[in-house]
Design a protein around this ligand. Structure first.
Ligand code: BGC
Length: 280
C-alpha cells in the first residue's frame, strides 16, 4: 500500500510559492494560502513566464510548447517519456499542462526538463543506530529503536535529502532507485552483489507530487519512494559511503523530529518511521 501524503484539493504546496525562483532573480507572483487551489478565483493572477535558458536542447528536456516537431501526448506514456501523473489526469489549458496542486506564481518550465510531471525515484536506505558495543540504540523515554538513513547533501540548495534522482526515459523505477543510490552514495562497483541482493527487497512508501522548489504552474516533480531497510546492519549498513558527483556530502543521518530535509522528504521519512515503529 502506498500512502498518498500530498493530495490535490487538500495539500497546499509551500516550497514553490512566494520566493525567488532558484538560480534566477525572478520573483514568483504572490500566491497567498487561500489562492493556491485553481478552484479559488484569483482575478489579478499574472505569473511571469520563465524557462531556464540552459535547458533548451538538453537531451533530458522537452522542446518548447509550440515547436512544430513537439507533439506531446499528455497523460500517457509518450514513447519512452512518462507523462502520466500519479495524481490522476491533469488539465491542459492553452496547450499547457496545469499543476495538479495549484498555483505556484510562475508559468513555463523553470529549471525542469519536462512539461507536466517530471518523475524521480527516492531510495530511503535505513539501518538501526548502534552503540559502540554493537547493540541497537534505544530512546530511553519511548523505548523505541533509533533509526538512521543514508542522506546526501544537495549541491543546488545545500539541504540534506534522500539520494534520489530522475527516472531516465524507459527506465524501471527499481533500476533508478539502485542506480541513483550507487551514483550518489557509494564508492562504485566493489559491492555489486551486496547491492543487488539488498535492493531486491524494498517497500513502496510514497508515490505522488513533491513540493519541490523548482515546480511551476506547468511543470512539477513527482516521485516514487521505496524503503530498503538493513535490519541486521550487515548488508548496506556496513558499506563505506562516499559522495558521488551529484552530491556534496553523504552520511548516515540520525532520524528524529528535529531534522530538516529537502522538499517534502520529511513526509516520506515519517512514513518509514511509522512502518518500522522507530523513535521519532
Ligand atoms: C531528487 C529527488 C527528489 C526530487 C523532487 C530530484 O532532483 O533527486 O530526490 O525527490 O528531485 O524534489
Amino acid at each position: 500500500m502506498s500512502a498518498s501524503i500530498l493530495k490535490a484539493g487538500t495539500f497546499k504546496h509551500i516550497t514553490c510559492r512566494n520566493n525567488i525562483y532558484p538560480k534566477s532573480t525572478l520573483q514568483r507572483f504572490p500566491v497567498p494560502d487561500d489562492f493556491v487551489f485553481w478552484s479559488a478565483e484569483y482575478v489579478n493572477y499574472s505569473p511571469p513566464i520563465y524557462t531556464a535558458p540552459h535547458i533548451n536542447g538538453q537531451p533530458w528536456a522537452d522542446p518548447d510548447i509550440g515547436c512544430v516537431d513537439f507533439q506531446p501526448k499528455w497523460n500517457q506514456l509518450d514513447g519512452a517519456v512518462n507523462r502520466v501523473s500519479f495524481n490522476g489526469i491533469y488539465k491542459i489549458e492553452n496547450g499547457l499542462p496545469i499543476n495538479p496542486i495549484g498555483r505556484t506564481g510562475l508559468s513555463g518550465r523553470g529549471l525542469l526538463g519536462r512539461w507536466g510531471p517530471n518523475h524521480a525515484a527516492d531510495p530511503v536506505v535505513t539501518r538501526w543506530k548502534r552503540n559502540a558495543d554493537g547493540s541497537v540504540s534505544i530512546n530511553s523515554d519511548t523505548q523505541k529503536k533509533m533509526l538512521q538513513m543514508v542522506a546526501i547533501q544537495r549541491h543546488d540548495n545545500n539541504m540534506w535529502a534522500i539520494p534520489g534522482g530522475m527516472v531516465d526515459p524507459g527506465e524501471k523505477i527499481t533500476a533508478t532507485l539502485k542506480r541513483e543510490f550507487m551514483e550518489e552514495a557509494l564508492d562504485s562497483f566493489e559491492n555489486q552483489k551486496v547491492i543487488e541482493d539488498f535492493f531486491a527487497k524494498g517497500n513502496e512508501i510514497y508515490k505522488g507530487y513533491v513540493d519541490d522548489f523548482r515546480n511551476t504552474d506547468n511543470a512539477w516533480m513527482e516521485t516514487v519512494a521505496y524503503n530498503f531497510h538493513d535490519d541486521s546492519g550487515a548488508q548496506v549498513g556496513k558499506l563505506a559511503l562516499s559522495a558521488g558527483d551529484d552530491a556534496a556530502n553523504v552520511k548516515w543521518l540520525d532520524i528524529d523530529s528535529t531534522i530538516k530535509l529537502h522538499a517534502n522528504h520529511i513526509d516520506i521519512i515519517k512514513e518509514v518511521i511509522k512502518r518500522l515503529n522507530a523513535y521519532w
